[in-house]
Design a protein around this ligand. Sequence first.
Ligand SMILES: [Zn+2]
Ligand SMILES: [Zn+2]
Length: 126
Amino acid sequence: MGEIRKIECKKCNSSWQLHIGVGLRHGRPEGIAKAFPEEERAGIEDRLEEAGMSGFEFRFTPGSCPDCKNIVSIPRISFNGGGDEIAGACPVCGKRAVDLYDSIEDVACPRCGEAGLLSSHAGYWD
Ligand SMILES: [Zn+2]
Ligand SMILES: [Zn+2]
């Protein structure tokens, strides 16, 4: 089960909801591939099958998109302990140049640059 977090910038009053972690639907390669654009799914499924369920790690982590200036959830698959990674595009604008973070504490506000965003628990997703 993944977690929903509400992220707020007290300086410019921006707020976002992030789905992070991993959901029940991602227990199988087909479910994971669905988190990525359609044209990439077959290739991703092949790589996951090849790696085996213990050969990769999948989760959604926070990302900061410099293009549309949103904090977004990005699906990431890392193979071989993290050296080799497939990361999804920005769900808002579709660009791939998203800065990825493992923890929301490390993210500065993409709109005003303020560090130390407020992050609170807002529920679960599956
Ligand atoms: Zn974007
Ligand atoms: Zn801000």
